[in-house]
Design a protein around this ligand. Structure first.
Ligand code: UD1
Ligand code: CA
Length: 452
């Protein structure tokens, strides 16, 4: 049977106090709407329809690469009106899964349960100790007969604790039949999607309910406090999944995963580490406090000392990196590499056992096996217009404060004298010194201050 997904995302999100549409506010590093879309894509649907409105172009631009059928709702007249805009895009038969762009953490398993329900109208509801602000489910003899919004509820109805999540799976036939009959005769002057429940029930249609596996799945984001709370809830949930799989997270309340993390056994993660994008960590890796690891791979048995940054980097086994190291895109290390404090790598590959222990910039370079880069070494890779490569051989010793002006090739087992400015290629097995010679002037008299 055909299934479409409709995501309501036209609202402004007034309570965010932002110039950005609400669905573009980030949770775990991704816009709210991105979470919903990612989950929707796990369901086997014909198309994903997004209802957009407030600052709609910004929303469309943010998802330009996604296969989305965009439907505009120029005026935000309510959730019922929003779905009504999608009617011309829906076939007469089949079902639609209706989601909210501001309920980001809905899970694919929960949605599948809704979709698998045989009822022509299935909705996601939940018992809540504090249901304030949400639509309440009205039942009679156990069966749903209506949904009442907080603002329209009587005192007795406000006591009800079963709430509407705003997520439904409905036969298109029902949507086509009832949406055009909605009125906005209610406390908010809006066309409520929820009013089709009563209409359907009056025509003898049974409403089935499904509950989510986790309460956070149906939590909506209306202001920045809710956003921050949901962020913490989600981070805690992700940390718990990792801990159940054997990761030692020292403090799950100070753990951040903004993306996807694949992680081996006995990995230890100290406080305030941030993972972004797609990261992969091997067995027995130890990650010190305050590291930021983005789209990077770290192989087994490597130790990362505190406050090191990785961006599209790939680190080998048995490395020691940091503290305060920065590995930028295409920084690649083989096994047994050491990178110390204030060392920056960009598009640089270090072979097995190579070391750069202090204060260096290594850009557009290849560094051979067991080569040692002295403190203060710089590969001058940029002439202000073009970038050039520095090639350093095996077992090279680069003395402190050397500047290697690219393009330049330094052969195997070369020793570069400290303070050298290397502008020409160096042959294998040579000692190369390129600096002003030290001179001493005997009996030097220091200048005296003029007194007249
Ligand atoms: C809605 C439900 C309420 C439920 C709650 C769960 C209605 C009438 N009420 O209330 O029963 O408990 O969700 O979170 O449906 N939107 C549009 N166009 C509009 C209006 C809204 O696209 O004209 C979008 C919003 O951007 C948002 C979603 O629909 O993503 C929900 O709208 P919102 O105004 O937040 O509804 P609630 O008051 O939360
Ligand atoms: Ca809402």
């Amino acid at each position: 049977m055909s299934l479409n997904v409709i995501i309501m995302a036209a609202g402004k999100g007034t309570r965010m106090k932002s110039t950005k549409p609400k669905v573009l506010q980030p949770l775990a590093g991704k816009p709210l709407l991105a979470h919903v879309l990612m989950t929707a894509q796990k369901i086997n649907s014909q198309k994903n329809i997004v209802i957009y409105g407030f600052e709609g172009q910004k929303v469309k631009d943010a998802f330009a690469d996604e296969p989305i059928e965009w439907v505009e709702q120029t005026e935000q007249l309510g959730t019922g009106h929003a779905v009504q805009m999608a009617l011309p895009h829906l076939p007469k038969d089949g079902k639609s899964l209706i989601l909210s762009g501001d309920v980001p953490l809905i899970g694919a398993d929960t949605l599948q349960k809704l979709v698998d329900s045989n009822a022509p109208f299935a909705m996601l509801t939940m018992q809540m100790t504090n249901p304030f602000g949400l639509g309440r489910i009205i039942r009679k003899d156990g069966k749903i007969i209506a949904i009442v919004e907080e603002k329209d509820a009587t005192d007795a109805q406000k006591q009800l604790t079963e709430i509407n999540s705003g997520i439904y799976c409905v036969a298109n036939e029902i949507l086509h039949k009832y949406l055009n009959n909605l009125t906005n005769n209610n406390a908010q002057g809006e066309y409520y999607l929820t009013d089709i429940v009563k209409m359907a029930v009056d025509d003898g249609i049974d409403i089935a309910t499904v509950s989510p596996a986790f309460a956070f799945e149906i939590e909506g984001v209306n202001d920045r406090i809710q956003l921050a709370n949901l962020e913490r809830t989600w981070q805690r949930h992700q940390a718990e999944i990792l801990m159940k799989n054997g990761v030692h997270i020292i403090d799950p309340s100070r753990f951040e995963l903004r993306g996807d993390l694949k992680v081996g056994r006995d990995v230890q993660i100290d406080i305030n580490v941030i993972f972004e994008g797609d990261c992969k960590i091997g067995d027995n890796v130890i990650i010190g406090a305050g590291c930021i690891i983005k789209n990077s791979e770290i192989a087994s048995n490597t130790i990362i000392l505190p406050y090191s940054l990785f961006d599209h980097a790939s680190v080998g086994e048995h490395n020691q990196i940091g503290p305060f190291a920065r590995l930028r895109p295409q920084a690649i290390t083989a096994d047994g590499v050491h990178i110390g404090n204030f060392v920056e790598l960009k598009n640089t590959q270090m072979a097995q056992g190579a070391k750069a222990n202090h204060l260096a910039y290594l850009g557009d370079a290849t560094i051979g096996q067991k080569t040692n880069i002295g403190a203060g070494t710089i590969t001058a890779n940029y002439d202000g217009v073009n970038k050039y490569k520095t090639v350093i051989g095996d077992e090279v010793r680069v003395g402190s404060n050397a500047v290697l002006i690219a393009p330049v090739v330094i052969g195997d087992r070369v020793t570069v004298g400290g303070g050298s400015v290397i502008t020409k290629d160096c042959q294998d097995d040579t000692l190369v010194i390129a600096r002003g010679r030290q001179v001493a002037i005997d009996d030097w008299v220091r200048p005296k201050k003029n007194t007249d």
